[in-house]
Design a protein around this ligand. Structure first.
Ligand code: NAD
Length: 517
């Protein structure tokens, strides 16, 4: 590993610089001129067109078609799994350094095309410039990080001494797996979920979310360009992810499932993968990272302005469509009213509109279904609490909903318990820190959360039951290699993406004992 420098996080683009802004503007114009093209499946290195296709559209302007994509069927899924197993034979024997070089090449290509990839996300999922740039940076980080991790896990680990014997453990890939990512980090999560197992020597069938096939296609093209051998990653786009997704999960040839998405689908996958099918020779491994009801707890001695900044960024960044988004604020009596007022002021200052315009801080929701769901929770909120600001859809074709704050929400209210996945945050009042902790831990989820304050900093580390805890900072924006990411309880299997244990999810240990002659 000597020739590979130490991992460093990819810096974010500085859009205050005119030259950087100009590059992003050029990339947006270039991508806009390429919208609407038709893209095939990728199976065993072959580009496979299908008769039926489906469209991906711009959520800020749904009449604009971003691209048309091949419609995969269960038969395509069978072929893709076959291709992945065929490629596994040689990929598992490819030296880890060689595998890593391909990931590093892909990271380099991504760096060169940073603004282009960000532009695809602006058009396809409605990310603002900064959010799209953060997504690209995270994808680069995953490639860089897992490349190094693949090498590290490939080294035999000596075990305790025993007279007359050498004992060691080797970590081996599992086989052909399935990646089922969500649309909300369409590059970073898709790349991470595909290439972590690949770095460890596995091969993959990837079924991207139906809302973000264009970004997945860009990633796949880049893997191929970086030299990923045929069949190591196969791409199946489909307009109804449940059909092909379910087929892949149930398939006897699927060795493991790497899923990120909603709790409902994640639990179905855990259930379905647990049923052995005729011809199946293994227990399927399932990594399932799911939703959250993430809270920011603000204590009596907190810096109220800093907490308000953190809450607004975490609640409304990418329109609240992050698993880590702050959807509950638990404020103790002493600061509650001042904090609510600071949050209201900052929320009303947010500009909402098409993300192609860098002046907008909040873009559209992903689709009409998401819009309907968020607006239905606004109605529920009106019955359960006091609407402080927002609570309405904006005029026009796009799926824009104003950033929304509710106050006086009870801990057992639906708005305080269920994942909305949109720009809605509920304020809950607590008598003191102890009561705030009970409220904080009072959901089935356990993904991210923050504590703002000083006097209970140490207690918060012990008391708050989440996979990712932040002290005096917002609860979004985990960095690869810095804050390994994964949830407790119904938020997931705690796979800690971007951490040093992550690759172990896709490896099996062989314990070897050699008697001396
Ligand atoms: P989703 O569960 O609707 O879809 C996720 C993926 O599963 C998609 O590719 C979809 O096509 C596929 N799918 C749908 N039904 C399926 C089935 N029956 N069998 C197999 N696959 C199926 O989630 P989404 O709307 O894409 O993403 C939003 C959700 O993801 C939120 O709940 C969010 O909190 C969660 N999320 C979690 C994390 C995390 O790291 N914990 C990160 C991002 C998003």
């Amino acid at each position: 590993m000597t020739s590979i420098p130490q991992f460093r996080n990819e810096p974010f683009a500085d859009f205050t610089r005119p030259d950087v802004r100009a590059r992003m503007e050029r990339a947006l114009a270039d991508v806009e001129s390429r919208l609407g093209a038709v893209h095939p499946l990728v199976i065993g290195g072959a580009l496979v067109p299908t008769e039926r296709t489906f469209a991906s559209v711009d959520p800020a302007l749904p009449s604009r078609v971003v691209g048309r994509f091949a419609e995969a069927t269960p038969e395509h899924a069978d072929r893709a799994l076959e291709a992945a197993w065929e490629a596994f034979g040689s990929w598992r024997r490819t030296p880890a350094e060689e595998r890593a070089r391909i990931l590093l090449r892909a990271a380099g290509l991504m760096r060169d095309r940073k603004f282009e990839l960000a532009s695809w996300m602006v058009f396809e999922v409605g990310k603002t410039w900064a959010e799209a740039d953060g997504d690209v940076a995270e994808a680069i980080d995953f490639l860089e990080f897992y490349a190094r991790e693949g090498i590290r896990w490939s080294e035999p680990r000596p075990q305790g001494p025993w007279p007359g014997e050498d004992n060691w453990v080797e970590y081996l890939p599992l086989g052909a797996g399935v990646a089922i990512p969500p649309w909300n980090f369409p590059l970073a999560i898709m790349v991470g979920m595909t290439m972590a197992p690949v770095a460890a020597g596995n091969t993959m069938v990837v079924k991207p979310a139906e809302q973000s096939p264009a970004v997945a296609w860009q990633a796949m093209s880049l893997f191929r360009e970086a030299g990923l051998p045929d069949g190591v990653a196969n791409l199946l786009t489909a307009s109804d992810g449940a059909v092909v997704g379910r087929h892949l999960v149930q398939h006897p040839r699927t060795r493991f499932v790497n899923f990120t998405g909603s709790r409902e689908v994640g639990l179905e996958i855990v259930r379905e993968a647990g049923i052995p099918r005729p011809g199946q020779r293994w227990i399927k491994r399932v990594v399932a990272e799911m939703g959250g009801k993430d809270a920011i707890l603000v204590d009596a001695d907190a810096d109220v302005a800093a907490a308000a900044d953190g809450i607004v960024a975490a609640a409304f960044g990418f329109q609240g469509q992050k698993c880590s988004a702050c959807s509950r604020v638990i404020a103790v009596d002493g600061v509650h009213d001042a904090l609510l007022e600071e949050v209201r002021r900052r929320t009303e200052a947010l500009t909402v509109g098409p993300p192609q315009d860098p002046g907008n801080r909040v873009g559209p929701l992903i689709d009409g279904q998401a819009e309907g769901k968020v607006l239905s929770y606004v109605e529920i909120g009106r019955g359960e609490g006091r609407l402080v600001t927002g609570g309405r859809r904006l005029e026009g074709e796009g799926h824009f909903v104003a950033p929304t704050v509710f106050a006086d929400v009870a801990p057992d209210a639906r708005l305080a318990q269920e994942e909305v996945f949109g720009p809605v945050v509920a304020f809950l009042r607590a008598r003191d820190y102890e009561e705030a902790v009970v409220i904080f831990n009072g959901t089935v989820y356990g993904l991210t959360g923050s504590y703002y304050g000083q006097r209970h900093l140490g207690d918060a580390v012990r008391d708050l039951e989440v996979g990712n805890l932040y002290l005096n900072r917002k609860c979004t924006g985990a960095l690869v290699g810095v804050q390994p990411f994964g949830g407790f309880n119904m938020s997931g299997t705690d796979a800690k993406a971007g951490g040093t244990e992550h690759l172990l999810q896709f490896l099996q240990a062989k314990s070897i004992s050699r008697r001396h002659a």
